[in-house]
Design a protein around this ligand. Structure first.
Ligand SMILES: [Zn+2]
Length: 157
């Protein structure tokens, strides 16, 4: 990172701030030679993400698929399209900052469930019941109990 004024490669970071989507980091730098300040944006390279499916096949990562699953789980819940987009953004940047470019669909499912659990319990249960393919009522009830025991001081349900 060379200074745009004098070309010196020596500088120090004086201020660092992630942008709202955390896909770029904004850095304020100060040149050690001429002491002028300049700003750099460091973007995480958008690498090709591959999803490993249950049968072992690979598929290109598609954020619309995640979004679709979340939208379906949030049907008739008090969740705005904005909230859904934000969650999908969070999930995508979480996946893109991993060291590997191959992620199993199971791992993605877990991340989605974690996000939904924080956002809306009903949406979470809906997503989990589809995703985890609860084969019998027992495992579904167990999950529900786990969830309810973590509810704490909420007043609705
Ligand atoms: Zn300089």
């Amino acid at each position: 990172m060379k200074c745009p004024y004098c070309g010196s490669p020596e500088n120090k970071v004086v201020d660092k701030r992630g942008t709202s989507d955390e896909i770029a980091t904004r850095r304020r730098r100060e040149c050690l030679a001429c002491e002028k300040r300049f700003t750099t944006y460091e973007r995480i390279e958008s690498v090709e993400l591959l999803v490993i499916k249950k049968d072992g096949s690979r598929q290109q990562f598609d954020r619309n698929k995640i979004k679709h699953g979340i939208v379906r789980a949030c049907e008739k819940r008090p969740i705005s399209a904005d909230q859904i987009n934000r969650v999908v953004d969070e999930i995508e940047s979480e996946l893109r900052t991993k060291e590997t470019t191959e992620i199993s669909s199971a791992e993605i499912g877990e991340i989605v469930m974690n996000k939904l659990r924080d956002m809306d319990k009903i949406a979470y249960i809906r997503f989990a019941s589809v995703y985890r393919e609860f084969t019998d009522l027992k495992s579904f009830e167990k999950e529900l109990k786990n969830l309810l025991s973590k509810r704490g001081g909420e007043h609705h349900g």
